[in-house]
Design a protein. Sequence first.
Length: 177
Amino acid sequence: MQYFIGIVPSDGYKQQIETFRNRWISNRLKDVVEPHITVKAQGGLTEDMRWLNNVRETCQTFKSFNLSISGPAAFGNAVVFLGVESEKIYNLHKRLVDAVSPSPELINRYFELDRFHPHLTLGQTYWGMSETEVEDMKLSAINDLAPFPSFHVNYVRVYKEIEPNKYIPFEDIQLGS
């Protein structure tokens, strides 16, 4: 069983993203997890849950902040996503990694710290889409998901894997004010 920590967009925009990504029948991402921005990947978030109090304490001392979604981009031909603009998300990511203390191997495996690139995934080949569909989704997102919103981040959401490749909300943790 694995966990990760994410930021959830506003309900209205989350619904808009869900409707958009469901237009591609091959896109199985909808069966994996709700739309989110990962702020701390699975590395070090183990079943023993010892990390959870450290995460709660870190969040209590981290002030809520503004975040902006930006236009679509891609990681090669395999992943299409919406960009994220916020200096604070990098600070929160680093603080959460420090609180959890994953091994250097796990930091590398999950693209954390210097390799962290916050984004909101729309679809990818790993979850069933073809490279052509990924490109089509990227082009469609320019118009269909605009205007790209800004919103205030008041909490992070811990997700729990309930079966392989199926994550559900586990706990929302408020940020400081």
